[in-house]
Ligand binder design. Structure first.
Ligand SMILES: [Zn+2]
Ligand SMILES: [Zn+2]
Length: 395
């Protein structure tokens, strides 16, 4: 497939920086773009790179409380105030940082640009790897996220006339902010695969969170056991996502591709590889062409190993979006550059040497024979039981 892709990128997006010692390190984005460039991925035919434009207040306020947006603007002067705590700032996760509003509005604007390009048909696929800040709530910062760019981009799509938007979130953490923004809205199907809230922030994302009111059945959650590896992770994806999306018939798919499911990620406890991750990206890409003429908005998300994981995982995402996977060794020029930017030994290979294939989904769920398979398949079945009936699907 050779498709047109808009990649929204400029170095200014690395200003989204919570400061020294914070796990969200903007250098991960710089190293990703550098790796993709060194492999020629961003120079492929059909790829356009555009600089981000800040989301205006009225766009941010499609999702966020105007009083919260107002506070974010003045927060650097109000660091110690009681309001800072009320709005979720001031703890280790969400320190107030300089130009916080300006930078967060740029990240959000980039996701809206990617969505607008896809919705208008100017590009089939739109990418903002600085986005995917899925924890921010209507009136509160959370989990390193100030503005919820996926939710704002989806709200923008609804405002532009979209009637069915599917949001697929494979970050290791539950996509709680996006789920909350559309919990009672049947126009947005949110599906989140994540490590169970029993062992990981934010502690939500249980199968029985299925939406409310008119939106009942339009939120789906798979709470994966700690230790889940590629085969089981893809098995869970295959057992839940394709059937739900085919039943929902989205006009556009918005994906959050947090790569903190990787076994080297320092914040979480799944056991995936970049090979499993790129297999998931390929599945979403295929669904976008099968279900909605390729309309696919690709956002980043979590990922806290800025050297060994994020650049490779998201270069694979860019390679998938732009038409062909990359394999082989990591270019020497990138290794030299990466060594100048961060401590540690850069990876040699673009892959982790794993098969990137799923454990079969067509085996009876309870016939799983892995050591944790019972727990995994119970998790899958609970998710299917909770939501499939709302779409006339057999659980
Ligand atoms: Zn495509
Ligand atoms: Zn995450």
């Amino acid at each position: 497939m050779s498709d047109s892709t808009l990649v929204v990128w400029d170095e200014v997006l690395t200003d989204y920086d919570h400061g020294p010692g914070h796990p969200l390190r903007p250098v991960r984005l710089d190293l990703t773009i550098a790796l993709a460039r060194s492999l020629g991925v961003l120079q492929r035919p059909g790829v356009t790179i555009a600089a981000p434009q800040a989301a205006a207040d009225d766009v941010l306020e499609l999702v966020h409380d105007p009083a919260y947006v107002g506070f974010v603007k003045v927060a650097p002067d109000e660091v110690m105030s009681r309001l800072a705590l009320r709005y979720g700032f001031g703890n280790g996760d969400n320190p107030v940082f300089e130009r916080m509003h300006e930078t967060s509005a740029l990240v959000t604007g980039a996701s809206v640009q990617a969505a607008a390009a896809v919705w208008s048909g100017r590009a089939q696929h739109g990418v903002n790897l600085s986005g995917g800040l899925h924890h921010a709530m209507r009136d509160r910062a959370s989990g390193f996220c100030v503005y919820d760019d996926p939710a704002v981009a989806i709200a923008w799509l609804l405002g532009a006339g979209a009637q069915r938007v599917a949001y697929v979130d494979v970050d290791v953490h539950h996509g709680d902010g996006v789920q909350a923004a559309f919990y009672d809205d049947p126009r947005v199907l949110t599906v989140s695969l994540h490590e169970s809230g029993r062992t990981l922030f934010p502690g939500t994302g249980w199968p029985d969170e299925i939406g409310s009111g008119a939106g009942t059945g339009f939120a789906a959650n798979v709470a994966l056991p700690a230790g889940t590896d590629d085969g089981r992770w893809l098995r869970a994806y295959d057992a839940v996502v394709p059937e739900l999306l085919r039943a929902f018939r989205p006009q556009v798919i918005v994906s959050q591709l947090g790569c903190d499911t990787h076994r080297l990620d320092p914040l979480a406890h799944l056991n995936c590889t970049v090979d499993g991750q790129r297999a998931a990206y390929a599945r979403m890409h295929q669904l976008a062409h099968e279900l909605c003429d390729g309309r696919w908005v690709v956002l980043g998300g979590g990922g806290y190993d800025p050297l060994a994981v994020v650049p490779r995982a998201w270069t694979h995402a860019l390679a998938e979006v732009t038409g062909a996977r990359v394999d082989g060794t990591v270019p020497e020029e990138w290794r030299d550059y990466a060594t100048q930017r961060v401590d540690g030994t850069p990876p040699d290979s673009l892959t982790d040497g794993a098969s990137g294939s799923a454990s079969p989904v067509d085996a009876p769920a309870r016939a799983w024979d892995g050591p944790d398979g019972g727990a995994l398949d119970r998790a899958i079945q609970a998710s299917r039981d909770a939501v499939f009936g709302h779409h006339d699907l057999v659980a």
